[in-house]
Design a protein around this ligand. Structure first.
Ligand SMILES: Nc1ncnc2c1ncn2[C@@H]1O[C@H](COP(=O)(O)OP(=O)(O)OP(=O)(O)O)[C@@H](O)[C@H]1O
Ligand SMILES: [Mg+2]
Length: 289
């Protein structure tokens, strides 16, 4: 059988740079980032606080623009899109789960979830119906008329995810979706993201938790606004996962050393269990033996 035709990456970044500050205080929050993401990947982005993870997601979600370099979304340079096209991408193609939920406190849960549909010009009744359907999927139908401050952290995060999904986006950007949640709520959220991944959505998730990388098909480590390591996880039939480090486009011997010291990369270069369990260490050893 001939090799399948090469598909266009859903996201391509070429030397993307985002600068903050002025004069001597200027620094690159993103520093010539090169990245290709194919449709259907589940990417975990890790790295120390301040390394540029949220900045990257904001640029990918068109909430912010880069100062230099190129961002190509679905084969089209983002810089060539009109204001209306930007708005269309933001309201339809990309769903964003923010680091601090970003729910609007004066709106009910239902109205929060329905909000992105407003920008699509959908009638109010239809919007609320659709929002209600999505909330049902997240077992939150009984909380529809609650205000956000009446919810637990896990429920708030599920509402935030429901809102990100109400438009059925193909790309989901999630900034620490389990940030402040206990392990049980984290597991629920991760299973939901995993389901979306199985349906063919592209997921780009920032996390500080190395255990959660077991859900991902690729782990990217950032450092000082750059990609320090990029590792694809290959799930073999013997149930142990293999990691293949994707060569970076740039000569970065020093960052490869840094990457090797990173606990996340250490994990990925070993076998990774698909589902984190209480006895992870034992599971990893078992998979190896
Ligand atoms: N609007 C802004 N103005 C100036 N500097 C900013 C702005 N937003 C972010 N930064 C700086 O850019 C750098 C990257 O910030 P970013 O929020 O992307 O980090 P992060 O990797 O998401 O960190 P964390 O893990 O703590 O969320 C930080 O040094 C931050 O202080
Ligand atoms: Mg952040």
């Amino acid at each position: 059988m001939p090799k399948s035709a090469k598909t266009t990456p859903v996201i391509e970044l070429h030397a993307l740079t985002k600068r903050y500050g002025l004069g001597d205080a200027a620094f690159n929050a993103l520093d010539e980032v090169n990245l290709k993401i194919e449709k259907g990947e589940f990417i975990a982005i890790m790295g120390p606080s301040g390394c540029g993870k949220t900045t990257l997601l904001n640029v990918l979600g068109l909430l912010d623009s880069a100062d230099e370099g190129e961002y190509i979304l679905d084969g089209k340079p983002v810089s060539s899109l009109s204001g209306a096209q930007h708005a269309r991408v933001r309201s339809g193609q990309v769903g964003i789960v923010f680091q601090n939920f970003n729910l609007i406190n004066r709106l009910t849960v239902l109205e929060n979830v329905a909000l992105p549909l407003t920008y699509k010009g959908m009638w109010r009744t239809k919007r609320l119906e659709r929002a209600s359907e999505v909330l049902k999927q997240f077992h939150l139908q009984e909380r529809e008329y609650y205000m956000p401050w009446q919810l637990s952290g896990g429920q708030m995060q599920r509402v935030a995810i429901a809102r990100a999904l109400v438009n059925e986006p193909s790309i989901i950007l999630a900034d620490e979706p389990t940030g402040n949640l206990d392990s049980r709520s984290s597991h629920v959220i991760m299973e939901e993201l995993s389901e979306l991944h199985k349906k063919g959505n592209t997921i780009i998730m920032v996390t500080h938790n190395p255990n959660l990388t077991s859900y991902a098909s690729r782990v990217i480590n950032m450092l000082d606004g750059k990609i320090a390591s990029d590792t694809k996880i290959i799930v073999s039939q013997s149930s142990s996962n293999k990691a293949v480090t994707i060569p970076l486009n740039r000569k970065r011997t020093s960052t490869v050393e840094v990457a090797a010291k990173s606990p996340a990369v250490k994990r990925t270069t070993k076998s990774i269990p698909r589902k984190p369990k209480a006895k992870k260490r034992k599971t990893t050893k078992e998979a190896k033996s």
